[in-house]
Design a protein around this ligand. Structure first.
Ligand code: NAD
Length: 257
């Protein structure tokens, strides 16, 4: 278990923390000793995840937040400042995906994905960093995707949003470094969650699995473990990087002799 300062309860905010990868991250950070704010557009699901964490002996609370709405983000951070006075770890995890071929991409669909997956990372990052400045310590982890590192069919908006999250991570990292705030990205390969259960066809599953040397999808807990490492005090000199957690997908080329 990482050694966070004893005596002070560091506060972690996990967007999209109610389900899937975000829920696993919330559970893991709470198990590591952080007070976790489970921020989600789905308040009932966030409350259920927070209750599960509290029942297991951790500390968590739900927080209503729609990351596609700048005013809602500002409101949520006003609540955090009033109720907790700090935000030490921010995990920008909330994201949506809709597959669409390049020639069929419509402006409203493009904007919806860019707003939810990219603009939210900039806005939440700004609000959180302003609170982190007070203690000259902070950890920001942006969840991107292997789709931000390699192209995939139908992923014009999604893949571009995730590539931009990786670029934004580097921009944030170099400007926040002098304040003791690290900014890194975790790029998951395919993981079984409500999102992929709804979105990945049988063909997509075969295509992904064949391209992954470990021949399987990842688990939410495996993504959470990488996030927990980057959030911990031990990761103090790591900033501006992207860490694929992908069973070898990014490393792979030809997989047959
Ligand atoms: P999911 O759909 O299973 O869960 C997403 C969570 O985010 C849900 O709790 C949902 O209510 C919440 N959410 C959605 N829109 C929101 C909004 N506007 N404001 C606040 N909360 C919102 O998704 P997941 O598979 O757990 O993915 C989590 C993140 O990981 C996403 O950024 C996704 O792009 C990324 N990712 C997932 C995979 C995968 O295979 N599952 C792979 C690579 C990257």
């Amino acid at each position: 278990m990482p050694h966070y300062d004893s005596g002070v309860h560091k506060v972690a905010l996990v967007t999209g923390g109610a389900m899937g990868i975000g829920a696993a991250i919330s559970e893991r950070l709470a198990a590591d000793g952080l007070m976790v704010l489970v921020a989600d557009i789905n308040h009932d699901a966030a409350a259920a995840t927070a209750a599960k964490i509290n029942a297991a002996g951790g500390m968590a609370a739900p927080l209503q937040m729609d990351v596609s709405n700048a005013a809602a983000i500002a409101q949520a951070f006003t609540t955090i400042e009033k109720d907790y006075g700090r935000c030490d770890v921010l995990v920008n995890n909330a994201g949506i995906a809709k597959m669409c071929s390049f020639l069929d991409v419509q402006l409203d669909g493009w904007m919806q994905i860019l707003t939810t997956n990219l603009t939210s990372v900039m806005l939440c990052g700004q609000h959180a960093a302003r609170l982190m400045l007070r203690n000259q310590w902070g950890r920001i982890i942006n969840i991107s995707s292997v789709s931000g590192l390699r192209a995939g069919t139908g992923r014009t908006a999604y893949g571009t949003s995730k590539a931009a999250v990786i670029g934004l991570t580097k921009q944030m990292a170099i400007e926040l470094a002098e304040h003791g705030i690290t900014v890194n990205s975790v790029a998951p390969g395919p993981v079984d969650t409500p999102l992929t259960q709804a979105m990945h066809s049988a063909e997509t599953r075969v295509s992904f699995t064949n391209g992954i040397p470990m021949k399987r999808y990842g688990t939410p807990a495996e993504i959470a473990a990488a996030v927990a490492f980057l959030a911990a005090p031990d990761a103090s000199f790591i900033t501006g990087h992207v860490v694929p957690v992908d069973g070898g997908f990014i490393a792979a080329g030809v997989l047959a002799v």
